[in-house]
Structure formats: structure tokens, C-alpha cells
Design a protein around this ligand. Structure first.
Ligand code: FES
Length: 237
């Protein structure tokens, strides 16, 4: 039974293919037509060139263009850039100012930055020691003989060649940091082989100009920043 049905259907298909007027091609054409209509239903893109003879021309996008004039757009851009730059500069200035205020020396430290000395209190031929920024400062009121002795030294023979005139702004006033240049001891005044200062730690001798003359110290006693703003007044620092 099944085989007879199969043979009948085969014969029907063969006859349909042989005869173009039969009803089977109509069914196949209908199937193709259905497939085409489904494709056209999904293709919804509408070309801007449809119906135009000049298909290779650049399409007109004028309807997408901003209606605001272009110079007004540029002005808005400049305004925004300028505002952001001004705000950034103000922020940077504030940050740097805060940093500098925090890092600045406090009032008590600034008060110690300079020390004022009344020179009338230092008699000729005497030393005074003043504390400045945690260091001892030697101030010597030199006599005329001491000045002459400091100047008669052959500077070229010194370990650290310095003329007395380069170490004292006023010959009668010698101002030095009282720290031995060997290992930092405080030398003793009016002592040593050269009538100046002597460091007992390892035996360095300094002359009346504070120059190293004997012992292990490599350099003369250091001269700090100082000035004489008015007669009889010394300001160190
Ligand atoms: S520290 Fe002055 S001689 Fe050594």
C-alpha cells in the first residue's frame, strides 16, 4: 500500500516537470513569490538617491546643520575654555600659596634669623660670644696692634689663603662662627700659639684673624653674614 502511494507521487512529480501547463509549476511560482515579498518587507532602508538622475552627487545634509550661527558656537567654546583656564589658575595659585604658608618659618624662628649687637658693650681687646641660629658667634673688638699683626702675615703661605681685609668689613671688628673647622668643637679665645683661638679637641691653632695656622683643621673659622646698619650697631644674619 505504501509503496503504491510512493510510486503514484513520483509519477505525479515527473509529469508535472515534463508538462509546463500542469498545476505544479504554479505552486512553485507562488512559493517563489511569497519568498520575495517577505524579503521586501524586511528591507526598510530608503535611499536618498532614489528618483534622482544625479546619483553620484554628494547628498545635501543641510537639514541636519545647526541653525545657530557658527561664530556664536565659537564664542561659547572660547568662553568655556577661558572659564576653565581661570578656575584652574585660581586653584593652582591657592594650592601653591597654602604650601608656601605651611613651609614658611614661624615667627619665633624669624626672630632668631637676625641678631643685633650693641658694639658699645664690647671693650677694645675683648671677645663676646653670641648665640645665633644655634651656633656661637665670636665678636672681637681688635686693637690696632692685633690688626697690624693680622695684616703682616704672608697669605700665600697659609693653609687656607685669605687676607685679613677679606675677613673683616671693619678692621677693628672681627665676626666669626665659633665652630672649629676640624670636627666642630668650640675653640677657646685668646689662646694658642698665634694669639687668636685654640681648639683643645685636637690642637688646632687660629690666629688673630681666625685663620688656621697649626693643627688638623683644614679651613679658617667661617665668617657669617653680617652688617653694620648704623654706627655702633652690628646685625648678624
Ligand atoms: S675639632 Fe677642633 S681640632 Fe678637632
Amino acid at each position: 500500500m505504501a509503496s503504491s502511494l510512493l510510486n503514484a507521487s513520483r509519477n505525479l512529480v515527473r509529469n508535472a516537470l515534463r508538462s509546463p501547463t500542469s498545476s505544479v509549476p504554479a505552486v512553485r511560482a507562488a512559493a517563489i513569490s511569497t519568498s520575495l515579498s517577505r524579503d521586501s518587507a524586511s528591507a526598510h532602508f530608503k535611499s536618498p538617491f532614489v528618483g534622482q538622475s544625479k546619483g553620484a552627487d554628494i547628498p545635501d545634509f543641510g537639514k541636519y546643520k545647526s541653525s545657530v550661527p557658527s561664530d556664536r558656537n565659537a564664542l561659547y567654546g572660547y568662553f568655556m575654555v577661558g572659564t576653565m583656564a581661570a578656575m584652574s589658575a585660581a586653584g593652582a595659585k591657592s594650592t601653591v600659596h597654602e604650601f608656601l604658608v605651611n613651609m614658611a618659618a614661624s615667627a619665633d624662628v624669624l626672630a632668631m634669623a637676625k641678631v643685633e649687637v650693641d658694639l658699645a658693650t664690647v671693650p677694645e681687646g675683648k671677645n663676646v660670644i653670641i648665640k645665633w641660629r644655634g651656633k656661637p658667634i665670636f665678636v672681637r673688638h681688635r686693637t690696632a696692634d692685633e690688626i697690624a699683626e693680622a695684616n703682616k702675615v704672608n697669605v700665600s703661605k697659609l693653609r687656607h689663603s685669605e687676607a685679613d681685609s677679606d675677613r673683616a668689613k671693619k678692621p677693628e671688628w672681627l665676626v666669626m662662627i665659633g665652630v672649629c673647622t676640624h670636627l666642630g668643637c668650640v675653640p677657646i679665645g685668646e689662646a694658642g700659639d698665634y694669639g687668636g683661638w685654640f681648639c683643645p679637641c685636637h690642637g688646632s691653632h687660629y690666629d688673630i684673624s681666625g685663620r688656621i695656622r697649626k693643627g688638623p683643621a683644614p679651613l679658617n673659622l667661617e665668617i657669617p653674614e653680617y652688617d653694620f646698619p648704623e654706627e655702633g650697631k652690628l646685625v648678624i644674619g
